[in-house]
Design a protein around this ligand. Sequence first.
Ligand SMILES: Cc1ncc(COP(=O)(O)O)c(C=O)c1O
Length: 411
Amino acid sequence: MLENQLLKIAQDLGSPVYVYDAAKIESQYKRLTDAFKDVKKLKLNYAVKALSNISILKLFKSLGSGIDTVSIQEVQLGLAAGFSPDQIIFTPNGVSLDEIEEAAQLGVKINIDNLSILEQFGTKHPNVPVCIRINPHVMAGGNANISVGHIDSKFGISIHQIPHILRIVENTKMTINGIHMHTGSDILDIEVFLYASEILFETAKQFKNLDFIDFGSGFKVPYKAGDIETNIEELGKKLSSRFNDFCKEYGKDLTLAFEPGKFLVSESGNFLVKVNAVKQTTSTVFAQIDSGFNHLIRPMFYGSHHDIVNISNPSGRERFYTVVGYICETDTFGNNRRINEITEGDILCFKNAGAYCFSMASNYNSRFRPAEVLWYNDKAHVIRKAETFDDILRNQIAIDFSKKKEKPTTV
Ligand SMILES: Cc1ncc(COP(=O)(O)O)c(C=O)c1O
């Protein structure tokens, strides 16, 4: 998508606004399926949490994707987008048995990562097949908050507890139809995937009724020029070959599943904001924008990098700016960034704003959440309207304090 097309959207619809490029989502989906073309049965389940707009889900459905969900609401969203229950896998963590039963009743695939819940679910519903999320005890991921497969993590059932899983299966007569892991996000080194995969294969051997092995996700995308990314093509070659060998050994063509979020949508996203003010202090030039971490929390939450481009003045002289938001706390998007000269009213574009950006947005400071636009077939489609003041007040209940308190009656 071109910068002048983005600029026109900001001018027509106002800012802030998220814009997603459907062609980039399609090409990433194709890149991943091409990388694993040697596997007979491949299933990509897009991780809804990354970007959950219903039109984005419908786009994934049109590509042949399934979805990975982590809450009953994401399951319901997937059904509303037209996915059939067997195209949806429910991979929650720390939810109640009730929520898992509700998902099972809707007919979606169930993934359990807790021994106690597994035992209770298997006892009550021995006829519902279940996938198990294993914790392979591998340290992987871009930072501590997104490294979820290590020994101290709350996710998954430890590989050291396989005998316990087997006892539960034996006692309840439940069926385990899948084995799953997800070790973290932003994993650079494909050797980490391959190492963790070996643990998954070893585990899989112990379960005789599998239909699929789900290798989770965590593919790292580039955030700036020259940035390292997961080598999907090499991973595809190596893991496909190893997977095919495993299937021969296992005696069945299993499905190889992934559940990527970031890889599929991160680079499709552009977040457009307007510069409210340029503020020169004794040490810094701040570009103050009409947004804050309420709309894009990743830099403050994870220290994530998003390239910031001045699309109003693309050939202006480069200067250094610290780009900050309007939230009443430290709210920095980028420190000392080299950006084409900024004047008040300019439109800046945050790159890689597809994954975990809008989906983590909030109304903090009672601000509206922005509109979302999908650029599809050379046209801008509004896929979410910007919020209005009614949305801020919706569900709030105002108590009338003007009424005088009644005096207690004395007996
Ligand atoms: C269980 C699970 N699967 C898939 C994903 C998607 O990961 P990514 O966005 O890195 O592809 C996550 C991310 O947190 C996850 O927790």
